[in-house]
Write a protein that binds this ligand. Structure first.
Ligand code: PRP
Length: 206
């Protein structure tokens, strides 16, 4: 299922993020804000259990989260989404997955994998600013399925239609949360109009 966050706070920040003139320090701040807003959306259906809270003046009915979830940032660019994820879920484990996309074949190449072999979490959210061909996301989803993770969500800032279709074809149960679906991919596999390379723009490497 595809969910696009149309909230004005999301869309205004996304527009700033896209701008060629936005420097890395601003770019990182915008990724952080957008990650918080999109993870908030992506976790709207989390189960809760009722509880009672003693306030200074009485007793209130409340809720506690009933589920644990893990975050799976795809290195490098997904790293910028981790601080916001941990502000919302301070106790969540973080399972780093290093994938880069081969510039010629556009296929994902795994170079680091700290997915928990003891997947205690039934739910995982994959964090990566961009869904382009979908190769990286499909590889990450397959790795989590092999570990037995049942509920898997993707959180991307922007996506190409090609990437959305690839994920839907590979694993239709995955919920895809984005701020925008752009026009298309160009011949180099870059999202058009997109925002350039989210890894390079966060870390000042181009
Ligand atoms: C980018 C992006 C995704 C991937 C998306 O990473 O952050 O991980 O490409 O492409 P796909 O949907 O076609 O797989 P990149 O390879 O540039 O690595 P980086 O994060 O280290 O910059």
């Amino acid at each position: 299922m595809l969910a696009i966050a149309r909230h004005p706070l999301v869309q205004a920040r996304l527009s700033e993020l896209r701008a060629r003139s936005t420097p890395p320090r601003e770019f990182r701040r915008l990724v952080d804000d957008l990650a918080l807003l999109l993870i908030y959306e992506a976790t709207a259906e989390l189960a809760t259990v009722p509880c009672t809270v003693e306030t200074p003046v009485g007793r209130a009915a409340g809720v506690q989260l009933a589920e644990t979830l893990a975050f799976v940032p795809i290195l490098r660019a997904g790293l910028g989404m981790v601080p916001a994820a941990l502000r919302l879920f301070p106790d969540a484990p973080v399972w780093h997955l290093g994938l880069y996309r081969d510039e010629v074949s556009l296929q994902p190449v795994e170079y680091y994998n700290r997915l928990s072999r003891f997947a205690a979490c039934e739910r995982a959210l994959i964090l990566d600013p961009m869904l382009a061909t979908g190769g990286s996301a499909v590889a990450a989803i397959a790795a989590l399925r092999r570990l037995g993770v049942r509920e898997i969500g993707l959180v991307h800032l922007i996506a190409a239609p090609e990437g959305v279709r690839a994920v839907e074809a590979a694993d239709p149960a995955v919920r895809i949360q984005v701020a925008a679906v752009d026009e298309r991919l160009n011949e180099h596999g870059f999202i058009v109009p997109g925002l350039g390379d989210a890894g390079d723009r966060q870390f000042g490497t181009r």
